[in-house]
Design a protein around this ligand. Sequence first.
Ligand SMILES: Cc1cc2nc3c(=O)[nH]c(=O)nc-3n(C[C@H](O)[C@H](O)[C@H](O)COP(=O)(O)OP(=O)(O)OC[C@H]3O[C@@H](n4cnc5c(N)ncnc54)[C@H](O)[C@@H]3O)c2cc1C
Length: 573
Amino acid sequence: MMETDVLVVGSSLSGMMTTLNLKHRNPALDVTVLGPLPADEKRPLVGESLVEPGILFFREVGLGPHLDRMQVLKNGLTFYHKFDLSNPADRAYTVLAPKILFHKARQLRRREFDTACREKAVELGARMIQGTADEIQIGTNGAKHRVVTVVQGKKVEIRSRWIVDATGRSRLIGKKVTSYIRPEKQRSTFWFRLRNFKPFFEHIDVHCRRRWEFDPWLTTHHFMGRGYWIWCIPLEIGEENLCSIGFTYRPDLFARRILSIDDFLAQVDLDHPAISEMVRSGEIVDTQMYLDYFYKSERLYSEDGWFLVGDAVRAVDPLYSNGISMTTVQVGQIAEIIERQRDGKLRPGDVSALDQVGIAVMERAQREVTEQYEIMHDPFQASMRRCLNVTGWFNGFLPMWWNGFFTTPEAARLFIRFFRDRDEEAESLWTLAGEASAAIGPRYDQKGFDRGPDLDMLLNLRFDCARKDVMEVVTRTFKRRRDMRLNLLAMTGYRNLLREAPRLISETIRPLLFRMLPILKPAVFAALRPPLQNQYVRWTGADREVPEPEVPYIGGYGRPTLALHERPDNRTR
Ligand SMILES: Cc1cc2nc3c(=O)[nH]c(=O)nc-3n(C[C@H](O)[C@H](O)[C@H](O)COP(=O)(O)OP(=O)(O)OC[C@H]3O[C@@H](n4cnc5c(N)ncnc54)[C@H](O)[C@@H]3O)c2cc1C
């Protein structure tokens, strides 16, 4: 029999993130990971990309050098909205992307990255066991958890005080300890990797408010359609390029199934011929799909010492590439609970507060994406939803996460008191965007878009504020929403000013209340503990304005484990 403090079941990204965080924060904690080697994984590989919390998390645990040298740079997300989706011959797009971001991210060639995570976890002192959990018993009221596995032909029993379900869609522990909901508005996705292709750039007619200050290929590309969207993630650059392309749809709105490259091309020829030409110019490496793949768990954590993380909790729609970032929030919560329990400082209700906040932020992020499918084909409305989402992300979510609002139980309690299940003010902006859209189209042109809110004005690139400033920064969300509202009203000749007046007043008064919170609740603000301590010190310290030095990208060509050099296991042509 083997004893360990924490047993992480599942050795893919969420398992490694949990382990890296626990060992980085608590070198003396005994953490064991049970799961297969990256090279032996049978699950479909995606080819994801990171956004702010994910990249900062990996920098915190020491994977910055790997990411900078080995993984392709990502300058945020770029969205392509076609002016006239009904016309296959029309190649004019309005393109929405921030001019330049401060904390840039990276795309992920997963197998190499998974290997780097594993090596780092071992370096930090985690124990790795290759195998699968065959039997699991969850202990209650302080009793240890028990897992049985087979290592080199021998049955091994592992006992642990804490256990983490990081088994992804298998949800090995989750299925024993909680229930899962299958949302009605389902999602399906078909994706593939493409190599040695000619990028689509020369074959589209780009319109934008202002030129961005980066190589426009080094971003994730999103093309919008009716009830679906397409991603294109550059995974390797240079002559032997590689990218991940995916087609995600809401089956209740997009009536067909995309089951093959031929299905993909048939649809994309009609809407985005530049993408289908790019696909035909290259070579398919492999194809994957998930049909109706959405689920979500009712609970995340328990005082009995079990935790669900990543895909063991929920499936994500990757529209905003924020799945790994939501896992970043979770691994901060898990570490906080374990540390408080170990130190005898966990108070009644702490676990429940973090559980509720974790569910609330993940649910809100997914719901906004789900609803967006209904207007994805309308270029103005869809781009306004995005502006609204990034306003909340950069001005609300990120500064709060950065300062520990979602990972400190005292702050989580306060957050829950203010959090509303439905964001009616955002929904009223959706209506207003629909009215403004009707005022400028169809047929749309860039001049109409230039009359709308400006993405760069809505961002807050330096969300990485100090604790004392957090509420001041968060209140910008209201101000920016009010500016959006006034801008959209102006586009419709202030026709509905009276209807919008209460919202405008609320968006003026609420910042005043939020600014009072540190005075009214000093204990909450004193308890705040940033989840990424080193990053916090770095980016709120004296050298705050000094950017990280640029590290030359080498890429994966020198390494035999590179995905590009793998034998294509599911070649379609
Ligand atoms: C199409 C798509 C695109 C996405 N794009 C993005 C993106 O761009 N950005 C982003 O941030 N997120 C993205 N995501 C989300 C992200 O890919 C997932 O959230 C993430 O990969 C989940 O990792 P995981 O470790 O939770 O699960 P998995 O990667 O599925 O890992 C589960 C692990 O558990 C192991 N396991 C299973 N059963 C057992 C057992 N009995 N014993 C031991 N081990 C076991 C498996 O072998 C594996 O190691 C995307 C998701 C999808 C579906």
